[in-house]
Design a protein around this ligand. Structure first.
Ligand SMILES: NC(=O)c1ccc[n+]([C@@H]2O[C@H](COP(=O)([O-])OP(=O)(O)OC[C@H]3O[C@@H](n4cnc5c(N)ncnc54)[C@H](O)[C@@H]3O)[C@@H](O)[C@H]2O)c1
Length: 269
């Protein structure tokens, strides 16, 4: 890779690849193309089915490591960083691209969210950024860049997004506090607020297809964003081109965020 965006020699830990629709897959591809070395995590399951799928998918990117990590388990996070340290000694880039909520908490009535469902969504989707940053900090000896994924439903009410909206609001505030805390070590922390993309996670959100259809009509660019485009923004944030950017949420949504609501009719070409 030559040119302005060069990640050659940078070590990147990428979480959140489940399949070829995952946003993290788009990010991993763009980081690889920019020259980064990759360590990839997968969510372990009883029969290691996810491991096999992720291994096959990511093989063309020659990852240096493929490691299990359930972010709800502190021991797994510790084991992950121990292996990264052993192999690489230093880490430059951390991609946090994961979330989870019970199906019943991302559809239907907001007031019905259970205490346990709230805790689960916030733990996996928001606290995990803090836990992963804590593990990454001692390895980011030459500074670093942390990138997480958020959604406009953390700022505005989006039908059915419900508990995940709360998790994303907390995640976006985590970005700011972590940026302030880790900035003196030249570790930057930013979020990408991506427009809707069809993935395993988004398909669990009630009426997501309607939302995508609406976004496509309303967004200034009159289309949806792709995984690869989100990957490009992540690669930029990971690179020295973004050396003065931290604590920010960057919208990668074809401009949807700037529009007022109820404008579909008004925008018919
Ligand atoms: N798809 C969209 O429309 C959209 C828009 C904006 C933001 N996002 C965000 O992008 C991120 C990635 O989601 P995606 O849409 O690519 O879906 P995805 O289903 O492909 O990815 C979600 C990932 O979270 C992982 N995960 C869930 N629970 C975990 C746990 N306990 N430990 C470790 N990993 C766990 C899954 O294994 C999976 O890899 C999420 O934070 C999501 O909220 C998605």
């Amino acid at each position: 890779m030559t040119g302005l965006l060069d990640l050659t020699g940078k070590n990147a830990l990428v979480t959140g690849i489940a399949n070829n629709r995952s946003i993290a897959w788009g990010i991993a591809q763009q980081l690889h193309q920019a020259g980064a070395n990759l360590a990839i995590t997968y969510l372990p399951d009883d029969r290691d089915r996810t491991k096999g799928k992720v291994e096959e998918l990511t093989a063309p990117l020659n990852p240096a490591m493929l490691l299990p990590c359930n972010v709800q388990d502190d021991d797994q996070i510790a084991a992950l960083y121990a292996q990264v340290q052993e192999k690489w000694e230093k880490l430059d880039i951390l991609i946090h691209c994961l979330a989870f909520a019970n199906k019943e908490d991302i559809t239907g009535s907001f007031v019905d969210i259970s205490r346990s469902g709230f805790q689960l969504a916030l733990d996996v989707s928001s606290y995990s950024l803090i836990a992963l940053c804590r593990g990454a900090r001692p390895l980011m000896t030459a500074g670093g860049s942390v990138v997480t994924l958020t959604y406009i439903g953390g700022v505005k009410v989006i039908p059915n997004y419900n508990v995940m909206g709360i998790a994303k609001a907390a995640l976006e505030m985590n970005v700011r506090y972590l940026a302030a805390d880790l900035g003196p070590q030249n570790i930057r922390v930013n979020g990408i607020s991506a427009g809707p993309i069809r993935t395993l996670a988004s398909s669990a959100v009630g009426d997501i297809l309607k939302m995508m259809h609406y976004a496509e009509k309303v967004a200034p660019l009159r289309r949806l964003v792709s995984q690869q485009e989100v990957g490009n923004v992540a690669a930029f944030l990971a690179s020295d081109l973004a050396s003065c950017v931290t604590g920010q949420i960057i919208y990668a949504d074809c401009g949807y965020e700037v529009m007022g609501s109820g404008l579909v009719e008004a925008q018919k070409d």
